[in-house]
Design a protein around this ligand. Structure first.
Ligand code: 4AD
Length: 528
């Protein structure tokens, strides 16, 4: 009995149209289920009308169903009205046909209130559709407007808007086809990432968002403080050495954590500690970078997927990243066909072919030194074509270099490995074989995006790590716990970080990362 009722509560909305508009009854499905489950005696004759989502409406129904969503368009003819509803479950929504001569007076009045954007509940059977666009439609015997939407002030009343404009109404933009499709694909990608790592036995670890260390050492940190920053005169200042006066440095011992604290730029260091106990772990959470980048690839708040593997080298990290990407892209190709076709039509004609190629083609691998040689050879042909024509060992590759390598030179995703030590983070393992000039690091470059993944084998040798920290003037005191990993059962280990919004941008074939996240944060923008 419990199983049957449980299934019922999750799959149907157990109240009829008459009560559906009452917000306090929104969660009544459960109480109805309870009454059903104790139906030993004279249970009330409840009519349970199942709610159907547009994505699941594929066949005619035996009885009436409820459809709940927001009106996209209303078209009234003499005999019938066509109400196109979108409930977010798919791109196309569902068509509801209202037979005007057969509906009651209440529904007629309600129909007069219908406008683009209003929220409605519709009751009627699913029937085979007369038109060719959809398999089934609803014959709407009853209709109730749950939330009206005045057309003169509704910002989405008109059909077409630019993506730039939609960013200014980010709270309403998920009601557009593009942003809703991005949200669905994003959700499938996130689910597939978890599924992949769980299937291959990785433990999901949530590392802290507030931290005292700068993992990447790039100084792009947002500070976290409870000190009263509005009143400079009230800020506690450090005392001078003689204790008699004050310096102009803030005294963080009086701050919330008793020391400077920041929003994390990466969960890696915490991830390494758990990998050093659990073997294979991954984190998947928000990260923050106060870099002043106004590009189509950078956000100040983004999500990173960071696996970390003990007893592993750089090769294992590259292999895992390739396997994971193929898995999640294949999942989206299987599950999000309608949305991907939409993106192909409006944003990138080659999208589906591109995604299929990613799944099928092995990723290329090239050392940084060779990549530089290829770039130099190409740039020499016509330096004027390049924004950054000066490329040599030690150059931090720019997006145009990365894209040329992936799009033109290799025509596929490509791992570039063994980067110069000088341009990479302190925790990366020195390559012993080339005089310590390079580290065991890799970036995965993807056509159309550039860098999607950055990773490395970590420096597991305490003495080497201490030397590297010394060179970069990092205080070992601040990393005592991280260094302990190298003191107690140290093990070769490796991992990487994948920028989740860059993946969403790529898979949706859209131009700008600001469409890949619900509320993009970038310099000057923290609205909503
Ligand atoms: O290369 P990054 O900086 O690597 C790390 O943070 C390592 N600690 C990860 C690890 O080894 N566990 O960043 C990893 C990825 C980049 O390849 C890029 O895709 C993304 O994170 N990324 C950004 N995405 C959006 N906006 C930004 N500002 C980003 N910065 C990095």
């Amino acid at each position: 009995m419990w199983c049957a009722v449980h299934r019922l509560t999750t799959r149907v909305s157990a109240f009829s149209l008459n009560s559906a508009a009452t917000s306090s009854r929104r969660y009544n499905a459960q109480s109805v289920a309870l009454r059903l489950s104790s139906s030993t005696s004279e249970a009330s004759p409840l009519t349970v009308i199942p709610r159907v989502k547009a994505a699941d409406a594929t066949e005619a129904s035996e009885g009436p169903v409820l459809v709940k969503g927001w009106v996209r368009t209303l078209r009234k003819q003499k005999e019938v009205a066509f109400v196109q509803i979108n409930d977010g479950s798919n791109l196309g929504g569902i068509q509801c046909v209202v037979p005007l001569s057969e509906i009651d007076e209440d529904t007629k009045k309600e129909l007069d209130k219908v406008s683009t954007g209003c929220a409605v509940v519709i009751e009627g059977p699913l029937v085979k559709s007369q038109g060719g666009k959809q398999a089934v439609e609803v014959t709407a015997n009853k209709l109730k407007v749950v939330g009206e939407c005045p057309g003169d002030t509704y910002p989405l009343a008109k059909k077409r808007h630019t993506l730039e404009y939609l960013r200014t109404i980010a709270h309403l933009r998920p009601r557009t086809n593009t942003i809703a499709a991005v949200a669905r694909v994003r959700s499938h990608l996130a689910g597939a990432i978890h599924a992949f790592f769980q299937e291959v036995g990785f433990v999901y670890v949530q590392t802290p968002l507030i931290t005292a260390s700068d993992c990447e050492g790039a100084g792009e940190l947002f500070r976290v403080t409870t000190l009263e920053m509005d009143k400079i005169s009230d800020l506690p200042l450090k005392k001078t050495e003689d204790g008699k006066g004050t310096t102009d440095e803030i005294d963080h011992s009086q701050d919330f954590f008793g020391k400077p604290a920041y929003l994390t730029v990466s969960g890696q260091l915490g991830g390494e500690t758990y990998a050093s106990a659990l073997g294979d772990i991954y984190t998947f959470g928000p990260t923050f970078r106060a870099e002043n980048s106004q590009t189509t690839r950078h956000l100040a708040e983004f999500h990173m997927v960071e696996p970390e593997m003990a007893f592993a080298d750089l090769d294992s990290a590259m292999g895992n990243a390739e396997q994971m990407l193929k898995y999640v892209v294949k999942h989206v190709l299987d599950k999000c066909q309608e949305d991907l076709e939409f993106f192909s039509k409006f944003y990138d004609k080659e999208l589906i072919k591109k995604l299929e190629a990613l799944v099928e083609q092995p990723f290329a691998r090239v050392s940084y030194r060779d990549a530089i040689a290829y770039l130099q050879e190409e740039i020499a042909k016509d330096p004027s074509k390049w924004q950054f024509p000066d490329v040599e060992f030690g150059t931090d590759l720019s997006t145009e270099h990365e894209r040329w390598l992936a799009e033109t030179k290799f025509g596929s995703c490509v791992f570039v490995y063994n980067y110069p030590k000088a341009i990479k983070a302190f925790y990366m393992r020195d390559n012993d074989e080339d005089g310590g000039e390079t580290v065991n690091a890799m970036d995965l470059l993807v056509p159309g995006v550039g860098e999607l993944v950055g990773g490395s084998q970590r420096e597991e040798r305490l003495d080497v790590l201490l030397d590297k920290m010394g060179e970069l003037k990092l205080d070992p005191e601040d990393y005592w716990w991280y260094l302990d990993l190298r003191r107690f059962g140290s093990v070769p280990h490796a991992g990487y970080g994948l920028g989740f919004e860059r993946l969403v941008t790529y898979v949706c074939g859209i131009e700008n990362i600001r469409e890949a996240i619900a509320y993009p944060r970038y310099p000057g923008h923290a609205e909503f």
